[in-house]
Design a protein around this ligand. Structure first.
Ligand code: XMP
Length: 524
């Protein structure tokens, strides 16, 4: 797929991806500045793509390779002569230095984490970046470094271990920086990106949720014309925004199908029906498939088997109901930009293979439907902003992500109706308290899980023998990496007491303090 098939006319920052885990963050930061950005893999990019697509600036990302592994890296030196400003970050800094006559070697001291960078010379790139001592804390993650400056370059700033940590050829508007300005740990990192975009590339703001709303509605209308579209609505942010957008674009020609798997959060099915059918007047077919999901999952405890059973059954049920609707030509899906980006190609690593994700991606092939994917160039936070612009309630738009297989993967071991009810209550109490204490929106995702272990407790004067409830709350930028949220003791105690006092079946509450990696966000 050519990544540049859309938004040809929009002036953009093009990010050439060398496989860094932070590439998507760079794109998001640029868009947060109000300027359109796109990512393209280094082995897909062609010079004519850059020339024909209104590229106003190029960013070369970081990556896990060494610049001398030339068989794995595609680099076209002609990009230096296009007159387009270039910013190389980490590996990007090294690869441009090497290709412009500098040298890169393994660092004597590897730098991972925070480092202090010191100003050596004035630069447009660092306006407003350094403190009054001419230093700044930056986030480093590298074991190679530029050891000889490329020709016609000068040093902007250095760290103790990295003399050429920031360099420039101002005349040619080429810049290289060893640290990562896109991560929040780099104080004032956004200043660097903003100076690059506005002062060096001289771009104007062209990207906002208001503009997108109008444009996407127009695009959907053009694509669908008078045909009917079906949409698998889950009640999550992405499918909800798709449904609302399509309702605005094509009105009653949109038909949503909502399958209740019985593995949803407490009262979620009622909430979805009341919001979408009653309030937003969207055509909604409600399918209560709880019993069939439960019976197919009986005695199944293997995580992958659970996921496969749920995914396949979901597709079967969805298809059965979709087939009853006449003259359907399109299927709308909440595919997001991160689903399309192939940054895994550099190392061959594929984190998505760790778990087989459940979504409706398997549908169209069998049903011969054309896809409508209006969100496919947006990041999750942009989808949320679009949702607010579409006047979808905050309750839906700011909701934490919820996995397709639902509570099944928050309940290691076998699944029973009784366990689901216990878990729904525990999760409800946890989330309710997070909201009450204004913590919900500070957390990327939080949930309760039920561990398949019973332990002994004492309540009143009686012995109890019940399940353990595990609470998980994480902060994250994109779900790829995560850290646990640091609650204070009082809050933890309050939630633990409420869960144990109100739910029969749980007599112990534990908090998961692992980050991702090494753990994952969900338990299965
Ligand atoms: P993990 O557990 O892989 O989760 O660290 C990362 C994010 O993905 C969500 N998740 C899913 N979302 N279908 C989905 O739509 C799935 O099968 C699925 N499995 C995990 C998870 O909730 C977290 O936000």
């Amino acid at each position: 797929m050519l990544i540049m098939d859309l938004e040809k006319n929009l002036t953009k920052i093009l990010i050439i991806d060398y496989g860094s885990q932070f590439t998507q963050l760079i794109a998001r930061r640029i868009r947060e500045l109000g300027v359109y950005s796109r990512i393209i893999s280094h082995n897909k990019i062609k010079l004519k793509d850059i020339l024909n697509n209104n590229v106003g600036g190029l960013i070369l990302s970081g990556g896990p390779l060494n610049v001398y592994q030339s068989n794995k890296i595609k680099f076209d030196k002609r990009i230096f002569n296009l007159g387009i400003p270039i910013l190389g970050i980490c590996f990007g800094h090294q690869i441009l230095s090497k290709n412009l006559g500098g040298k890169v070697k393994g660092s004597k001291y590897r730098e991972f984490g925070l480092a202090t960078i010191k100003k050596k010379n004035k630069s447009l790139l660092t306006r407003g970046f350094f403190n009054n001592k001419n230093t700044c804390n930056v986030w480093m993650s590298h074991s190679d470094e530029v050891s000889k400056l490329p020709k016609a370059f000068s040093v902007i700033a250095s760290t103790n271990n990295s003399k050429f940590a920031m360099i420039e050829n101002y005349k040619k508007k080429i810049f290289g920086i060893q640290f990562h300005p896109e991560v929040t740990h780099t104080k004032n990192g956004k200043k660097i990106l903003s100076n690059f975009v506005f002062s060096i590339c001289k771009l104007k703001r062209n990207w906002s949720s208001k503009q997108q709303k109008t444009k996407l509605i127009k695009q959907v209308k053009n694509q669908v014309k008078n045909s009917k579209v079906i949409c698998a609505l889950s009640g999550g942010v992405d499918s909800s925004v798709v449904a609302k957008l399509l309702k605005e674009a094509i009105g009653n020609k949109l038909i949503c199908i909502f399958v209740n798997t019985g593995l949803l959060r407490k009262a979620e099915e009622k909430q979805v029906v009341s919001t979408f059918k009653k309030k937003l007047k969207i055509n909604l077919i409600y399918v209560n498939a709880k019993n069939i999901f439960l019976s197919k999952l009986k005695n199944v405890s293997d995580p992958e088997k659970k996921r496969k059973i749920i995914g396949n059954l979901f597709i079967k049920i969805f298809e059965k109901h979709a087939r009853k609707i006449k003259k359907i030509k399109f299927l709308a899906q909440g595919t997001l930009y991160p689903d399309l980006i192939e940054s895994k190609s550099v190392t061959g690593s594929q984190t998505s293979k760790i778990k087989s994700h459940h979504n409706v991606g398997g549908l169209p092939k069998k049903m011969k439907l054309q896809l409508v994917e209006p969100l496919k160039y947006l990041f999750k936070d942009e989808v949320r902003k679009l949702g607010l612009e579409l006047k979808l309630g905050k309750e839906i738009v700011l909701r934490h992500p919820f996995p397709g297989p639902g509570l099944a993967i928050r309940m290691p071991g076998t699944i029973t109706d009784k366990k689901i009810k216990i878990l729904q209550e525990a999760d409800y109490i946890f989330i309710r308290e997070l909201k009450k204490h204004n913590l919900y929106n500070k957390i990327w995702q939080a949930y309760a899980a039920l561990l398949p272990v019973k332990t002994v407790g004492v309540m009143g004067d009686n012995r109890t023998y019940e399940y353990i409830c595990l609470l998980r709350a994480i902060t994250s930028e994109d779900g790829m990496t995560a850290d646990f949220f640091n609650f204070n003791k009082n809050f933890m105690q309050l939630v633990s007491n409420k869960i144990i006092n109100n739910i029969r079946g749980i007599n112990r509450v534990v908090y998961d303090v692992t980050s991702k990696p090494p753990s994952t966000i969900e338990l299965e």
